[in-house]
Design a protein around this ligand. Structure first.
Ligand code: SF4
Length: 500
């Protein structure tokens, strides 16, 4: 039987709810993978109380926006989306509207004053309290802001895979918060100081996902490679930047041998130590790809950003990781137009992108964020210059990315199939699915329509490069096996894994 909240049951019993239970909720997520992960946990918490999701706010008693404040644009979009609900709230005053996540943490009670039709503001560490707080709102409690960090008793919500909804690639949190204090970044303010999840909890979470059918795990943390846990061996290298992250990776590989692939994001370059590179060389389960955010290629700007490495140090660390596997690739994050960035500083960034040979990047125009040290600096790079620099940066990475994809045409790649292709089109007896290589390239493949390939590792011949993805064909020998299998099996039964 589904556990219910006492308060909610009492309200239902007294007929004091303005709707028929169960509570229907609409949840919209903005921002990074950490937010997507938090939203998944939020849904699990709500489902555990028997609440159900709806596809639009119109049918909901509860609307939640899980928000991002890393960039000004994301915050503006959130405010606009919440603003659109004012007429719905006026028509249905019992509707509960919640802002969760980083904007909630950043603004707290201020948000309740700024957005008059908002009922509840809840920070990332308070997700377990969500049903209780919403129940109070449904019962007529005053507007509330709950944004306490769990500094004394840190907790991480365990995953509870839902039947039929297990992702091929599952996200697992390893830590929260950040101690870095980069001058442009609001995360230390919205997520608090670093707190690490015990290694046994991480392993148990991964085991649950793999048991439920996930094949890949993406480890999440604001600086995922600064991980520490007293139960892991001490690094003893004398390097102050050394962490226990490589030991975490090794424990996962050893204790979950059925895991097909392991990725992580985002590492801080400071902790990209020799032992991390060696671990990439040793562990077959690790993806042959690292996303290593650099932010700028100019020492002067890196110093103003308080990134705590020089360009030379970054290049050395990136090269060490790239050398761990012959086919290793790297992507990065870059901010253009940081206060004081000159043409020469930006040229240094372009030359770094070429020097390291990134195959992809996320580029952003700088925008001042509240509570950050950089907000005190003059935002002195004109918008038009920021836009022009971003366009030049994208032109360079498009060229490098295209050259890399083209180099894969004619090769055979092992592809983990994730689901239906976004570039789907019906062909005779075939359907299109998409997956990723061991690095991170997206590959579209045509497979027999009745074949169940989601979650399988397929050997695929790359036949063409698109702008941002590859086209693959199942190797002839395997296609013949598919056809034989589909002729001999009941059409309703999934075809066997043949290349795992
Ligand atoms: S490492 Fe820097 S950019 Fe990344 S979350 Fe921490 S403060 Fe923000």
């Amino acid at each position: 039987m589904t556990p219910r909240l006492d308060g909610l049951a009492a309200l239902e019993g007294r007929g004091e709810l303005g709707y028929s239970p169960p509570v229907r909720y609409y949840l919209e997520t903005f921002g990074c993978q950490m937010n997507v992960h938090d939203s998944d946990r939020m849904e699990e918490v709500l489902h555990a109380h028997g609440w159900q999701n709806t596809p639009t706010p119109d049918e909901a008693e509860l609307v939640i926006f899980n928000t991002c404040s890393v960039r000004e644009k994301a915050e503006q979009k959130l405010r606009s989306e919440v603003g659109k609900l004012a007429p719905l709230k006026a028509a249905r005053p019992a509707l509960v509207i919640v802002v969760a996540g980083c904007v909630a943490q950043q603004e707290g009670e201020r948000l309740l004053k700024q957005i008059r039709h908002l009922d509840l503001v809840i920070g990332p560490d308070n997700i377990p309290e969500l049903p209780k707080l919403v129940t109070s709102q449904l019962g007529g409690s005053p507007k509330t802001a709950r944004t306490e960090f769990d500094l004394v008793e840190t907790h991480f919500l365990a995953s509870s895979p839902q039947g039929g909804k297990t992702p091929v690639s599952a996200m697992v949190t390893t830590m929260k918060g950040c101690d870095e204090r980069c001058s442009f970044c609001v995360v230390p303010y919205t997520r608090g100081p670093e707190r690490y999840r015990p290694v046994d909890e991480i392993i148990a979470d991964i085991a649950r996902w793999v048991e439920a059918g996930s094949r890949e795990v993406l480890l999440l943390g604001q600086t995922v490679d600064s991980y520490r846990d007293s139960s892991l061996p001490s690094p003893n290298t004398g390097d102050p930047d050394e962490s226990q992250f490589p030991f975490l990776l090794k424990r996962i590989a050893k204790e979950i041998p059925t895991l097909a692939r392991l990725r992580y994001t985002s590492p801080h370059p400071r902790h990209a130590t020799p032992s991390l590179a060696r671990t990439h060389a040793e562990l077959d389960v690790l993806a042959h790809h690292v996303h290593l955010p650099v932010q700028s290629g100019s020492d002067r700007i890196l110093k103003r950003m308080i990134r705590r490495y020089t360009r030379e140090e970054f290049v050395e660390r990136a090269r060490r990781l790239l050398a761990a596997r012959p086919d290793m690739t790297m992507s990065t994050d870059i901010i253009v137009g940081f206060p004081g960035e000159t043409d020469d500083d930006f040229e240094a960034t372009l030359s770094l992108v070429r020097e390291v040979g990134f195959t992809a990047l996320f580029g952003f125009k700088y925008s001042p964020r509240p509570h950050t040290p950089a907000k005190k600096l003059a935002d002195d790079v004109p918008e038009v210059v920021k836009a022009e620099r971003l366009a030049r940066l994208f032109a360079v990475i498009e060229e490098q990315g295209a050259t890399h994809l083209q180099s894969l045409v004619g090769t055979s790649q092992e592809v983990l199939v994730e689901g239906a292709s976004k570039m789907s089109r019906a062909e005779m007896g075939l359907r299109r699915v998409q997956g990723r290589t061991v690095r991170n390239e997206i590959v579209h493949i045509e497979v027999p329509r009745e074949a169940h390939v989601e979650g399988q590792l397929l050997n695929v011949d790359v036949v063409r490069a698109n702008k941002h993805s590859l086209e693959g064909q199942i190797e002839r020998e395997n296609l013949a096996r598919f056809r034989r299998a589909s002729q001999s099996e009941s059409p309703r039964r999934a075809l066997p894994i043949f290349a795992s």
